[in-house]
Design a protein around this ligand. Structure first.
Ligand code: ZN
Length: 103
């Protein structure tokens, strides 16, 4: 009976240790990724989202594409062309809604 209790305790302790390790790892990785939000040191490596295809790209590598209200960062010439054409742009949806209201 004592042995069973010891075994249960060991299993419990092992689970606790695993959980603590996982929390530590999660905190470590989130601290590494979160740094790109605020600290001035990492602005040069800031990631921006291409609204056309949804890819995350380095701001320095992004191309600027004209889209509706202004400029958006895109990953490639192809996305730049799509942004210019604006088929799945939010501005396009608004245009459609306005047109539907007008008729
Ligand atoms: Zn893209």
């Amino acid at each position: 009976m004592g042995r069973l209790a010891l075994l249960l305790f060991l299993v419990f302790a092992a689970l606790l240790v695993l959980r603590a390790l996982r929390l530590l790892l999660a905190a470590f990785f989130s601290a590494r990724t979160r740094r790109s939000d605020g600290s001035p040191a990492s602005i040069e490596g800031e990631m921006v989202r291409d609204p056309i295809c949804g890819t995350w790209i380095d701001r320095r590598l992004a191309l600027a594409a004209r889209s509706g209200e202004g400029w958006v960062p895109v990953c490639s010439e192809e996305c730049r062309a799509r942004a210019a054409a604006g088929p799945n742009d939010p501005g396009q949806a608004r245009e459609d809604r306005a047109r539907a209201k007008g008729t």
